[in-house]
Ligand binder design. Structure first.
Ligand SMILES: [Zn+2]
Length: 609
């Protein structure tokens, strides 16, 4: 995982254009592509290769003599278009003055072909003068001893194992060798230790000469590219320039390395001290938190997660009424009410009829309730526990539903939907009149002494990467400290909203930092449950977001690398972790509606006592 570490380091220190600073693209056999030159040029390939024959005193571009066609000349396919671009860029090969090597692979006899090339290039003074264009010769390269006979604008492709003089080395642009000469690896999994050492030996030799290294004929797909980069290969030889360019652009977003380990909480499991059934429930929903998100967090946190210390585990099938793939509205409604509904529907059935949520039921029976989210409290997941709307985006109507249904404590973002409304109602004033302490500054949370309060502070719910503090765990701690002093049973719904946002953004660092923050809140809940012995903690998700797959990682380095197959939710089941009295009932595989039913069943057992 050195790749990931070095890439993250280069990001921290501000690498150029979001692309790996060290990896270069070699567009192999570019002349054979449907759009020679321009496709690779558009991707800003560092090397663009053309095979060239001297034929009838013309330089023609072809792979074998039999494929020669006289209208495919070096001149028309490469030199003229390059000249146009250089003129457009006011003398630079690329607009951003990144160097471009035009790799000319001499297929016919070296000296004669190169002599002809030099003569032809002299008719293109713009190319010769261009400092960021490096005309580089490979294939039938003339003897190094003869290089000084060719003008200085001609560079050469070197080979490992040759002792070049200092003057010859100056003419070498890169060092290349055949992959199969050094390894029989097929590109799947990892290189054997011996093969890796051999590749690293070649890399080291080139780097001692301060030249980049390329292997031609290496496996040409993502895993192989990544492993070669990790072995220090700077120039990736590819027939798939677009795919490699995309990957290099995406690597910074697809990888993450933690700077430090955060402590995980190890629950005590003093089961004999637990009550038979829970009196209190803390339901924690990591929005978009599938197994890959969790395992990314575990990997980046050096192999530790509070959530992974929970032993009662199930899986939740998340389908919606009208869709194989749920959104947060239908997913949360299922968990809140025990009924499947349509996507976008909040606390109503698929016909739009209001459903009673577990939070509302418990409130009616006298329990204290709390809703905590590090997104807007009117967003789909928290809303499904108190609102009844056929459209999740009706944030003002959802906020109004809160004042009717209300929960004892409400903490999150989304203040504007309460106090800056199109109907000019001031719901925060209404809530004050209804006996709530109302705050809009999260820093004031410790000063709340009221039993009922609403705290909406948008600046406190930015992403973890943008500086959110311990909002979730602090909100939960405060809530539990208020509830602990009261005789009533309680229900807490806590949402880690932004794991989902990281997934939608296809951003591994965003996902991981949000999972780890959520895990801190889980630690708070588990610690409370150990102390209290009457509280059931359930940790789950409404769905997975991003179709994340983990492609590499290093637990000892805290680094993880993956790929997102979608910018939306996926259909895969999500895990359910349960701790405390009743936790064993959450084992197995079931629909998300069952989470509601199980909570209700567990609580009703305690009520009978
Ligand atoms: Zn989402």
């Amino acid at each position: 995982m050195r790749l990931v570490i070095s890439l993250v380091a280069s990001l921290v220190f501000g690498s150029a254009v979001g692309q790996s600073s060290q990896t270069m693209i070699f567009a192999h056999n570019d002349y054979g592509k449907p759009i020679p030159f321009f496709a690779a040029y558009h991707q800003q390939a560092d090397f663009i290769e053309a095979d060239v024959f001297l034929y009838n005193d013309k330089l023609v571009v072809a792979h074998t003599q039999s494929e020669i066609s006289l209208d495919r000349t070096l001149d028309t396919l490469y030199l003229k278009p390059l000249q146009q671009q250089i003129q457009k860029n006011r003398g630079a090969a690329y607009p951003n003055s990144k160097p471009l090597s035009l790799m000319i692979d001499l297929k016919s006899e070296g000296v004669a072909t190169l002599t002809k090339l030099v003569a032809e290039l002299k008719t293109y003074p713009d190319l010769i003068k261009c400092k960021s264009l490096l005309i580089t010769i490979s294939g039938n390269v003339p003897e190094p001893a003869t290089w000084k006979r060719f003008p200085e604008f001609i560079h050469f492709d070197g080979r490992p194992g040759i002792e070049y003089t200092p003057d010859q080395l100056k003419r070498i642009r890169l060092i290349s060798t055949s992959f199969s000469k050094h390894s029989s690896w097929n590109g799947k999994g990892v290189l054997t230790a011996a093969e890796r050492l051999e590749i690293e030996r070649i890399v080291k030799e080139a780097h001692e000469k301060q030249r980049p290294i390329r292997f031609w004929g290496a496996p040409d797909f993502e895993n192989a590219w990544i492993k070669l980069m990790e072995a220090g290969v700077d120039v990736i030889n590819t027939d798939r320039v677009d795919a490699l360019a995309d990957l290099l652009r995406q690597i910074p977003q697809r990888s993450f390395t933690s700077q430090r380990k955060q402590a995980a909480y190890q629950p005590l499991y003093e089961v004999t001290k637990w009550t038979d059934a829970p009196r209190n429930v803390i339901l924690m929903i990591g929005d978009g938190m599938g197994l890959s998100q969790l395992y990314s967090g575990y990997t980046a946190n050096f192999g530790s997660l509070s959530i992974f210390n929970i032993r009662d585990i199930g899986f939740s099938i998340t389908t919606a009424s009208d869709s194989y793939i749920t959104d947060s509205a239908a997913g949360a409604t299922a968990m809140a009410t025990g009924k499947k509904t349509n996507n976008r529907f909040i606390g109503v059935d698929s016909l739009g009829n209001p459903l009673i949520s577990i939070l509302e039921t418990l409130k009616l029976s006298g329990a204290a309730t709390a809703i905590i989210s590090n997104g807007d409290v009117t967003d789909a997941t928290p809303a499904a526990f108190y609102a009844h709307q056929r459209e999740r985006s009706l944030s003002e109507a959802i906020a109004l539903d809160f004042t009717a249904s209300s929960s004892t404590i409400l903490i999150g973002g989304g203040k504007a939907h309460f106090s800056n409304r199109s109907d000019r109602k001031d719901l925060l004033a209404d809530l004050r009149r209804a006996g709530y302490a109302v705050g809009t500054d999260f820093d004031s949370i410790d000063s709340f002494t009221a039993k009922k309060f609403v705290l909406l502070d948008d600046s406190a719910v930015v992403s973890k990467l943008k500086g959110r503090g311990n909002f979730l765990s602090k909100s939960l701690e405060k809530t539990l400290s208020v509830f602990r002093k009261q005789p009533e049973d309680f229900f807490v719904l806590l949402e880690g909203a932004q794991i989902d946002w990281g997934g939608h953004n296809n951003d591994m660092g965003y996902v991981v930092t949000e999972v780890l923050d959520f895990d801190q809140a889980v630690a708070t809940a588990l610690r409370f449950a150990d102390d209290d012995r009457e509280t059931l903690v359930i940790v789950t998700a409404d769905h997975e977001t991003g179709g994340l797959s983990i492609l590499d990682g290093d637990i000892s380095a805290g680094s993880v690398y993956g790929n997102f197959s979608s910018n939306d939710h996926s259909a895969v089941m999500v895990p359910v972790f349960a701790y405390g009295p009743g936790a064993q009932h959450f084992r197995g595989i079931y629909h998300n509606t069952r989470i509601h039913d199980l909570i209700q069943e567990c609580l009703s057992k305690s009520r009978k006592h």
